[in-house]
Design a protein around this ligand. Structure first.
Ligand SMILES: O=C(O)c1ccccc1NCC(=O)[C@H](O)[C@H](O)COP(=O)(O)O
Length: 213
């Protein structure tokens, strides 16, 4: 069994947390983005975070959040990492990291070779990188769209920081994505849902098993 770490993003219930942990996920992602079907209130995220067993890292996903929003989340929710999934600049990433003392993962959308320079830029300031499919123009969500990018763009690349592959991964394609890219960490949301925002325990288990096979 390969030592692949899986992040399951967009968990919404205590049952989701238990299922993600039982599946063997390493990270649980909590989405704070009002337009998302996976959006959580701070109170709901606190309940999920408190239910998470040791060993399941709790990640708060925010989009261009200001300090007041981050303060409110961090004061209430015990977290292990912040995921910045908007247009945060490298300076903002560094500022958030210094202000909260939590590891920061910066999401970077990739559609073509030209997007890879940004991955390098963020690798100088973030603790981790999440390399995701770039959302289509006009998309309501900056992530969680169930779309893949051309994995050959990142195949066998090395960055200064640990990274996760994301975008359109499913139990059926994750093994091939890992084989092609040599990613050691993968992230999934839509691919383990039965409907937008509704996680499916069997698909979570199948995804983690396929990623590690
Ligand atoms: O998942 C969301 O609803 C979301 C909303 C706003 C910003 C980011 C969002 N998701 C980011 C993630 O980390 C997803 O897991 C990642 O984009 C992969 O999603 P998917 O292609 O659905 O597996």
């Amino acid at each position: 069994m390969a030592d692949i770490r899986v992040k399951i993003c967009g968990l919404r219930t205590v049952g989701d947390i238990a299922a993600a942990a039982a599946a063997g996920a390493a990270y649980a992602g909590f989405v704070f983005f009002a337009k998302s079907p996976r959006n959580l209130t701070v109170a709901a995220a606190r309940e999920l975070a408190l239910a998470a067993p040791v060993g399941l890292a709790k990640v708060a996903l925010v989009v261009d959040a200001d300090d007041a929003t981050l303060d409110a989340i961090i004061e209430a929710v015990p977290l292990d990492m912040l995921q910045l999934h908007g247009h945060e600049t490298p300076d903002r990433v560094a500022e958030v990291r210094a202000r909260y003392g939590l590891p920061v993962m910066k999401a970077v959308g990739v559609a073509d070779e030209g997007d890879l320079a940004a991955v390098f830029d963020y690798s100088t300031v973030a603790d981790q990188l999440l390399i995701d499919a770039k959302p289509p123009k006009g998309a309501a969500l900056p992530g969680g769209n169930g779309l893949s990018f051309d994995w050959r763009l990142v195949a066998q690349r090395r960055w200064l920081r640990p990274w996760m592959l994301a975008g359109g991964l499913t139990p059926d394609n994750v093994a091939e994505a890992i084989r092609l890219t040599n990613a050691r960490q993968v992230d999934v949301s839509s691919g383990v849902e039965s409907a937008p925002g509704v996680k499916d325990a069997a698909r979570m288990a199948a995804f983690v098993a396929a990623a590690r096979a």
